[in-house]
Design a protein around this ligand. Structure first.
Ligand code: FES
Length: 130
């Protein structure tokens, strides 16, 4: 079985899905209504669309919204979990890199297990001497 999306005109089952198109980094990618953005990307043959802090490719890891491996920017909204967002016709998806985010930016998501460790915080200042 192929993970690729079979175009409706070539589908021997004659499904009646409503097609949609999202753009991924400016490239049109077809999907069907009801798919998540991750589903659209996977069906288009993409298995990774983000890089972790150490440069490792990231895509779907858990598929249930827990690991934050699948983050993309959607219509200008950063850090959207592709596995949790239903694709809408015309969505503009841009891939993102952990390296492009500020290290401690509010709302920045953690990397998945196995990625480079987060920087350790600076030690607390020594107490004043009397
Ligand atoms: S794949 Fe884990 S949050 Fe999306």
């Amino acid at each position: 079985m192929s993970p690729r999306l079979v175009p409706a005109r070539d589908d021997s089952v004659r499904r009646t899905d409503r097609p949609l198109t999202v753009t991924v980094d400016g490239t049109p990618v077809p999907g069907v209504a009801g798919q998540t953005l991750a589903g659209v990307l996977l069906a288009a043959g993409r298995t990774a669309w983000r890089t972790g802090r150490g440069g490792a490719p990231r895509g779907v890891f858990c598929g249930i919204g827990v690991c934050f491996d699948c983050l993309v920017t959607v219509n200008g909204e950063r850090d959207v979990r592709a596995c949790m967002r239903r694709a809408r016709d015309g969505d503009a998806v841009t891939t993102q890199s952990r390296a492009s985010a500020a290290p401690d930016a509010p709302g920045s998501a953690p990397d998945a297990p196995g990625s480079a460790p987060a920087p350790t915080p600076a030690p607390a200042p020594a107490p004043e001497q009397p």
